[in-house]
Design a binder for this molecule. Structure first.
Ligand code: ZN
Length: 405
């Protein structure tokens, strides 16, 4: 067995044991992260409420330092990420159940020269994880990176394969229509963050749960969420979950943020190789970055997520997506301000299920005060969900009518 796998397995076993031992105790908390800049290195110090096992690794293009640890909680103080020296940004959150992750963006290629844990001191500092990071040349980085790459084929955790499609015969009488709602981002990928500190990952989850409630109440739909809590899910896993559930419709829910604070309104997107406009292309590029943001090695992934090529089998599905998107725009524009040319298209990786009509909805702009206020308001979210539920009902009513003998 290769070295990396052994390390990871040991980590997993330690994690599982810790879970059993600490089941009755609260999860450890990360209370502070500091970055110290020295002439020869950048030092990152994370304060944790008790000793824990962790592992670190680096990733190229973009260059990142990743710290994995058993599931922890995060102090609210961590909301403003520190940066300095070789560190330009930081994200943190649940990577998957039982595993929390910190992703540090680095200024170019770096090496972790030291990574250790120190116990509490007399000055009242708690346990600390310490990482020393040094700049290296790109060649040195890639040499070390490919050495590791040769020793270790990525484990099943690193690159889950897309399962073959589970196609179920549609519209059998009595069988419920399956809707997969996909709250964007989550865990270590926060999505957009408003100036007042509202996180896209939280807003879209609240909205998705409200939409699920209303769709279920119709009695016509079986409704699933790709994530029901604040956890990261990679893009193709979202598609895989929809296919495994035999979904008839896939709805990815987001809320955007852009530099111009005056821009506001909802918008609806479908998949296309060629984008309808510059803004849609830029939005797709941003949303497709989720895996990178969460500290995944894009160099190990196939081009499936990064590169959007559409095969023939997908065309029919894309037509259906467009039909639904129009229906959605009609209903949403009755209750909310819509962006100009509101149905747009671009290469969104998460909409790439070849056999499920898929639409991505941007609920509004967290960078706009009025939109942000509406998105925070549960009553307004209810109204938007009601309009969406109506559009979904109309879409399937029309399908049923078309399928009548
Ligand atoms: Zn988003």
């Amino acid at each position: 067995m290769c070295k990396i796998r052994v390390t990871f397995d040991r980590f997993a076993i330690v994690g599982a044991t810790m879970f059993l031992v600490q089941a009755a105790v609260a999860a450890p908390q990360v209370s502070d992260v500091r970055v110290g800049v020295y002439a020869s290195k950048t030092r990152v110090v994370m304060e944790v409420s008790r000793a824990l096992d962790f592992r670190t690794f680096t990733l190229p293009r973009p260059y990142r330092v990743v710290v994995d640890m058993p599931e922890v909680t995060w102090s609210p103080k961590l909301r403003a990420p520190p940066s300095g020296g070789l560190i330009t940004g930081m994200r943190f959150g649940l990577f998957k159940p039982g595993l929390s992750r910190v992703v540090l963006d680095s200024k170019g290629p770096v090496r972790i020269t030291k990574a250790f844990m120190i116990p509490p001191n007399a000055a009242g500092r708690p346990h600390r994880i310490v990482l020393d990071i040094k700049r290296v040349t790109e060649n040195a980085f890639m040499a070390a990176y490919s050495r590791i790459g040769k020793r270790s084929k990525p484990g099943p955790d690193a690159t889950p394969r897309l399962r073959p499609p589970v196609l179920k015969p549609k519209s059998k009488s009595g069988e419920k229509i399956v809707i997969m709602i996909d709250p964007g981002h989550g865990g270590v990928d926060p999505g957009a963050i408003s100036r007042s500190g509202v996180w896209e990952k939280h807003i879209v989850l609240s909205f998705s749960k409200e939409l699920r409630r209303q769709l279920r109440a119709t009695g016509k739909f079986e409704v699933r969420l790709t994530r029901g809590r604040d956890v990261f899910i990679r893009l193709r896993e979202r598609i895989a979950r929809a296919r495994a559930a035999g979904a008839d419709l896939f709805l990815s829910i987001h809320a955007d943020s852009i530099r111009n604070p005056r821009v506001r309104g909802m918008s609806v997107y479908t998949l296309s190789e060629r984008a309808s406009d510059k803004e849609a292309a830029a939005l797709a590029r941003k949303e497709n970055k989720s895996d990178m943001i969460a500290g995944l090695d894009l160099n190990e992934q196939s081009n499936e997520v990064v590169n959007i090529l559409i095969d023939l089998a997908q065309r029919e599905t894309m037509n259906e997506s467009t039909v639904f998107a129009r229906q959605l725009v009609t209903e949403l524009s009755k209750v909310r301000k819509m962006l100009r040319n509101t149905h747009r298209f671009a290469g969104f990786a998460v909409l790439k299920a070849p056999d499920i009509p898929s639409v991505l909805v941007e609920l509004g702009y967290l960078s706009n005060r009025s939109d942000e206020r509406l998105l925070r308001d549960p009553g307004q979210r209810r109204r938007m969900a009601t309009a969406m539920t109506r559009a979904i009902r109309r879409y399937f009513d029309r399908q049923e009518a078309l399928n009548q003998p």
